[in-house]
Design a protein around this ligand. Structure first.
Ligand SMILES: [Zn+2]
Length: 388
């Protein structure tokens, strides 16, 4: 057998991942069409397709439509060749999903949390992952990886440097999960992951420049510019929950004062509610608002105002196609949307309001879990570059 140069090997690996990517996106597709779209020679496509068939990552069905002549065999992506696990670690919940390789949820676990110490969260995560694995259908590759979204600052090595609302500092989450489960692990900031989830499967599918606002106990922002997640130099972008909107304002968990999330988050809502009424959760406040409790409705209106002020700053800065409000406060859409919109209409530069789409998340509580699961699948597909 002829030996390939290092460069030839790299090219072949990239080509194989490219072919697989094309089949994922455009299935069902023929070999001839892959060749045409990718610009790769037909014999190259044919041999890469054969490798992918052997690896059971794709399968054939046939014959498809033809404008004349022999009808081609069509190729499909084998979305159940393996499964991914996506975990959303919230401040007051942990949600885990098992998805196929196209992001369809196959199984899920959800649990409220009242203790955020690393060991208690890890206990929950470990048992959730274990039961998702135990209940998983049989497949060629099994679990291709685990992704976790965390409300904090995550470096590129998967260490959670700081998660103020969890009380975490320098947590080696990636290493710990890899040691436990012996599969590739990816850790992302939950707002970044939520942005990717909504872009790939939810409200953001038709847009190029998306700002995703994850409004939970804290507020994080995921920034997608020209369809790419903007991560900043070290992956720390989007901490807009800590933009200061009141110079002498309330203390924030980050140690500063007057941060946006101290006024516009679920935490802020519960704090305001605690002073005025007997309610201990977002859900109970929602129920009160539905029962026409004016006090509860006013609280949501106020939170909507505060959200609107921060979103104003964001729209004026980024001129995005779309702003998506997600995470827990999206449950209160009915009660916060009017005041969010009114604040923006009143304050945001008028040119910036043109052609702006303000939407709520379409995936609900799944934005982050599906986003990290998509990262895991993407990473697995790229592994094709290593096995070629
Ligand atoms: Zn802060």
């Amino acid at each position: 057998m002829e030996t390939m140069s290092w460069n030839q090997q790299i090219v072949k690996k990239n080509n194989k991942a490219l072919v697989l990517q094309l089949i994922m996106e455009k299935e069902p597709i023929s070999r001839a069409d892959i060749s045409q779209v990718s610009g790769l020679h037909k014999t190259t496509v044919s041999s890469l397709v054969n490798e992918l068939l052997n690896e059971e990552l794709i399968y054939e069905s046939g014959p498809g439509e033809s404008s004349g002549g022999r009808r081609p065999v069509l190729l499909h992506f084998n979305k159940v060749a393996g499964y991914a696990i996506g975990i959303d670690i919230g401040v007051n919940y942990v949600l885990s999903v098992l998805t196929d390789l196209k992001g369809n949820i196959v199984n899920q676990k959800n649990q409220p949390v009242n203790q955020t110490t690393y060991s208690s969260i890890m206990n929950i995560v470990e048992s959730m992952v274990q039961s998702l694995m135990d209940e998983m259908p049989a497949s060629r590759y099994g679990i291709v990886g685990i992704g976790a979204g965390v409300p904090g600052i995550v470096n590129k090595e998967g260490t959670v440097l700081l998660a103020p609302n969890l009380g975490w500092n320098n947590i080696q989450l990636k290493t710990d999960l890899e040691t436990l489960f012996k599969v590739p692990v990816m850790i992302e900031n939950e707002a970044n992951a939520g942005a990717i989830g909504e872009q790939q499967f939810g409200a953001g599918q038709d847009f190029q420049n998306i700002i995703y606002i994850s409004a939970g106990i804290g507020i994080g922002v995921g920034i997608i510019l020209n369809k790419e997640l903007y991560q900043g130099k070290n992956g720390f972008s989007g901490e807009m929950g800590h933009m200061i909107i009141d110079l002498n304002g309330k203390r924030c968990n980050c140690g500063s004062r007057g941060c946006w999330e101290a006024y516009a988050s679920e935490y802020a809502l519960l704090e305001m509610a605690g002073k005025d009424m007997d309610s201990d959760s977002l859900e109970s406040l929602l129920k009160l608002a539905e029962n026409r409790d004016e006090n509860a409705q006013n609280l949501f209106e106020k939170i909507g105002d505060y959200l609107g002020y921060g979103i104003n700053n964001i729209i004026n800065t980024f001129n995005p196609d779309q702003v998506i409000i997600g995470n827990r406060l999206a449950l209160a859409k009915e009660w916060i949307e009017p005041s969010v919109r009114k604040t923006i209409e009143t304050h945001t530069l008028s040119h910036h309001q043109k052609e702006l789409h303000l939407d709520f998340s379409k995936l609900g509580k799944y934005s982050t879990a599906l986003g990290v699961s998509a990262f895991v699948v993407e990473n697995f597909i790229k592994q094709e570059e290593k096995t070629a």
